[in-house]
Design a protein around this ligand. Structure first.
Ligand SMILES: *[C@@H]1O[C@H](CO)[C@@H](O)[C@H](O)[C@H]1NC(C)=O
Ligand SMILES: *[C@@H]1O[C@H](CO)[C@@H](O)[C@H](O)[C@H]1NC(C)=O
Ligand SMILES: *[C@@H]1O[C@H](CO)[C@@H](O)[C@H](O)[C@H]1NC(C)=O
Ligand SMILES: *[C@@H]1O[C@H](CO)[C@@H](O)[C@H](O)[C@H]1NC(C)=O
Ligand SMILES: *[C@@H]1O[C@H](CO)[C@@H](O)[C@H](O)[C@H]1NC(C)=O
Length: 430
């Protein structure tokens, strides 16, 4: 497995006292040099595969044969699985909006930031066995007429939410209903599309559940996460949400101190002075999804879409290397295997969806869907901002160190495909 180096989505800025690093120095050092060994230690030594397996296998038995996955879209009367497929060249396919005009996070506005190559915009996802229609704003809005669509989760959830806003606002009149001010301006917002009485929101909830620590203040060394309590901001609005898209994983992989009620139940990757049972990342990830889905499983009929993990492409290179991700084309089939850790995180999402589906029952009020983007995202190392997370990164020459974003996608870019798939899921009646 490679080093896992998530970006702190709030602090993607170079701090002057700490050039070349956007998190506090110890954290940075840990990310750049120590994370691999740390995570190896935790994964291979302290939370052995057996522990993870012990959690997974009863679940797998429970869902044994009772559930067939829903990651499919309608073809000509037959079901289509879009989670497997290939990227095929399609000139202009992803050139559908100007991200500056739809106010995306500056770090992902690659064209504005001066990314010179544009070939990454010339690909479309071809699922095995059926076409995936290009995004159609009218079809999307019709499918969710009168509804409130909320993206809840980490910065990949935001990446997709901003893509959707760009795709919709490029075609339909809109109204910005709400936006937090200051540092959270990209983290809590809501748009309205009056033509179809549709609302689209984003709720920053990197753990899905209640969490405090680095997401608010990167000066804090550890995260404190309450696995039994949904995130406060989105949970307060949950009874207004008709379609929820959940995406998390990166922060849970990174670790936290975990609580049930006020009781510490263990930790993953916590600083050594916290002497808590090491519980790995898989179980907390299960619990975070479970708590979130449970909160959304009562109160009103709705659709809950669980997005699978969208992996990063640092491929073991340091986060402050200007060449951390410089590929200009998708991987070819078989060129790079998905790292097992990313597979496992995807499996957690499938397992929780399966469990929720069983709980909801056929024809219940809550429809559970999986939006499996892991494979298609893993094939696109070329779609990240890389050094073009910074505005004109080379205007003063080529520095030895410069942060690269090899996790989020440029807007426009491959993440628009997530919304093509979401559109198909939502169009389909069950
Ligand atoms: C699980 O599935 C296998 C084969 O598909 C079957 O033989 C087995 O009885 C099932 N187990 C349970 C607990 O349902
Ligand atoms: C779709 O493909 C994925 C990946 O191969 C697989 O895990 C999933 O079960 C498939 N879904 C269906 C409905 O066949
Ligand atoms: C995008 O829009 C901004 C603001 O309107 C404009 O300055 C810029 O030139 C546009 N970019 C492209 C590539 O059209
Ligand atoms: C928290 O504790 C309660 C009571 O023991 C238990 O039912 C529940 O499953 C626990 N939840 C988590 C997330 O550990
Ligand atoms: C950590 O916890 C273990 C088990 O509870 C205990 O034996 C050990 O002394 C503790 N170490 C420190 C440094 O507190």
């Amino acid at each position: 497995m490679g080093a896992y180096k998530p970006l702190d989505p709030r602090n993607q800025k170079l701090s002057s006292k700490n050039p070349g690093c956007f998190v506090s120095k110890p954290v940075c050092a840990c990310l750049v040099c120590g994370f691999l060994s740390l995570s190896l230690l935790h994964l291979l030594c302290c939370s052995p595969a057996g522990t993870q397996q012990a959690v997974l296998s009863p679940l797998r038995q429970y869902i044994n044969n009772t559930y067939s996955f829903v990651s499919s879209v309608p073809g000509e009367g037959k079901s289509c699985n879009y989670s497997e497929g290939t990227w095929v060249r399609a000139p202009g396919h992803a050139r559908r909006y100007n991200a500056t005009e739809c106010n995306v996070k500056e770090r992902q506005d690659c064209i504005r930031n001066g990314r010179p190559d544009t070939g990454y915009l010339d690909w479309r996802w071809q699922p095995a066995g059926c076409p995936l229609p290009a995004f159609d704003a009218r079809a999307f809005l019709s499918a969710v007429r009168g509804k409130h669509v909320a993206f809840i989760g980490d910065s990949m959830a935001r990446n997709q939410a901003q893509s959707l806003i760009c795709l919709l606002t490029a075609a339909y009149p809109y109204r910005l209903m709400y936006r937090d001010v200051g540092q959270h301006k990209h983290n809590f917002w809501r748009y309205a599309f009056p033509s179809h009485d549709v609302k689209v929101s984003y709720y920053w909830a990197p753990f899905l559940v209640r969490g405090k620590g680095k997401p608010e203040d990167d000066g804090i060394k550890e995260n404190h996460v309450h696995l039994d309590t949904p995130g406060d901001r989105w949970a307060a609005d949950a009874d207004t949400i008709d379609v929820a898209v959940l995406a998390a994983g990166h922060w849970l992989l990174n670790g936290a101190i975990y609580y049930n009620s006020s009781q510490v139940i263990g930790a993953h990757n916590a600083p050594p002075e916290f002497n808590y049972t090491k519980i790995g990342y898989a179980w907390p990830l299960h619990m975070a999804y479970r708590t979130a889905v449970e909160r959304l499983s009562s109160g009103r009929p709705r659709t809950v879409v669980l997005a699978t993990f969208s992996p990063s492409h640092f491929e073991g290179r340091p986060i402050d290397s200007p060449t951390a991700c410089t590929k200009m084309e998708p991987y070819k089939e078989g060129e790079r295997e998905l790292e097992w850790i990313f597979k496992e995180v995807r499996d957690v999402v499938y397992d929780e969806a399966a469990l929720a589906k069983v709980r909801a029952g056929d024809g219940g009020e809550v429809r559970i869907e999986v939006m499996d983007v892991t494979k298609l995202a893993s094939m696109r190392p070329d779609g990240h901002p890389s050094v073009y997370m910074n505005h004109n990164p080379f205007e003063h020459g080529v520095p030895a160190k410069m942060l690269s974003d090899c996790l989020h996608f440029c807007l426009p870019g491959p993440v628009d495909t997530f919304n093509e798939i979401l559109a198909q899921i939502l169009k389909r009646r069950r």
